[in-house]
Design a protein around this ligand. Structure first.
Ligand code: C5P
Length: 317
């Protein structure tokens, strides 16, 4: 049984709520397919101000519920990465994972913005505090890496370079807020499918797709300098996503979404991670708001959201 003693104060309802951000990859350089089925990455993550909230409440048995407009697309059983996070933490401490996790979902589902990873990071922190474990941050980050390549960054937030399969993080300095618009598509894309399509396109182009064929990806110095300086124009010139051709190959209509945002005045456009969400970097808040309106009215996406990054990582609220 889970001991109630020494738990972080949970408020009158005995619930711990954690807010976790979405991410955009400002650089996603993909190396060759490794023997373990992953690709080596140079992955520059930026957390942005779209959030899921994960609440953990004591219960007699594990329970997962989800609210929000896209709740129906989210698995509400043990396959949900948030449930796996609670199980992993409980297992490491010899506890039963008897917790009610509630996900209030605002991050696009299967959208290339690490929404599932955010929920896992949030569940891990919420359960850790609910159960009074107060696990050191480094240990929580190691558990995050076991759960998925993007989970450590969802936990950490801010901006970071992810190496290895994306889980080995180096925090990055950011000199100011960047203004973004995210065009949310109807329906998601599967991340493994997009990586597979990337490999297929490389094979078709004759360059090969294995780790022996593709050069080791490296972070762009110009991009890191633009982040440090907080200069949107300079960042716009260096944004890069190796998964974009694969996402466009699987969802050709995204080309029109990208063009629409650029025509509306965005400085740059790219597919977010494995897509299908499209990300637009804009000069300022006004431009972001105009770009979001134009995109929403265009019918080339389901909706468009303006926000800023960097945003903080998993935070108890
Ligand atoms: O680590 P995560 O569970 O998020 O990865 C999901 C899938 O995405 C992997 O099973 C793999 O197919 C693909 N992937 C990859 N290389 C990475 C990260 C993910 O091929 N660096």
């Amino acid at each position: 049984m889970i001991q109630p003693a020494a738990a972080t104060p949970t408020g009158p309802t005995g619930t711990v709520t954690v807010r976790v951000p979405a991410k955009v990859n400002v650089q996603l350089s993909v190396g060759g397919l490794r023997p373990d089925g992953f690709h080596g990455l140079a992955n520059v993550f930026l957390a942005v101000g779209l959030y899921d909230s994960i609440s953990a409440t004591r219960a007699d048995a594990p329970l997962l519920t989800v609210s929000g407009p896209d709740a129906a697309q989210v698995p509400q059983d043990r396959t949900n990465l948030a449930a796996r996070a609670a199980e992993l933490l409980a297992e490491r401490h010899g506890l039963a994972p008897d917790v009610h996790l509630h996900i209030a979902k605002d991050i696009p589902v299967a959208g290339g913005m690490a929404g599932g990873s955010a929920d896992a990071a949030g569940a891990l922190l919420a359960c850790d505090r609910l159960w009074g474990l107060n696990t050191p941050r480094e240990e929580l980050l190691a558990l995050c890496a076991e759960l998925g390549s993007d989970v450590p960054f969802s936990f950490a937030g801010g901006a970071a370079l992810g190496q290895g399969r994306g889980e080995r993080l180096t925090p990055l300095e950011v000199g100011g807020a960047f203004h973004w618009v995210f065009a949310v598509a109807d329906g998601g894309l599967s991340t493994p499918d997009v990586y597979r399509e990337c490999d297929r396109l490389r094979e078709a182009a004759g360059t090969g797709s294995s780790a022996a064929d593709v050069p080791e990806p490296v972070a762009s110095e110009a991009l890191l300098a633009a982040l440090r300086a907080g200069e949107a124009q300079a960042l716009a010139a260096t944004l890069h996503n190796d998964l974009q051709p694969a996402a466009l190959s699987l969802r050709p209509s995204l080309a029109e979404t990208l063009e629409t945002g650029l025509a509306a005045g965005a400085l740059a456009a790219l597919v977010s991670g494995s897509g299908p969400t499209c990300a637009f970097l804009t000069a300022d808040a006004d431009s972001a708001s105009r770009t979001a309106h134009t995109l929403t009215a265009s019918g080339t996406c389901r909706t468009a959201r303006a926000t800023t990054g960097p945003a903080p990582g998993a935070t108890v609220v």
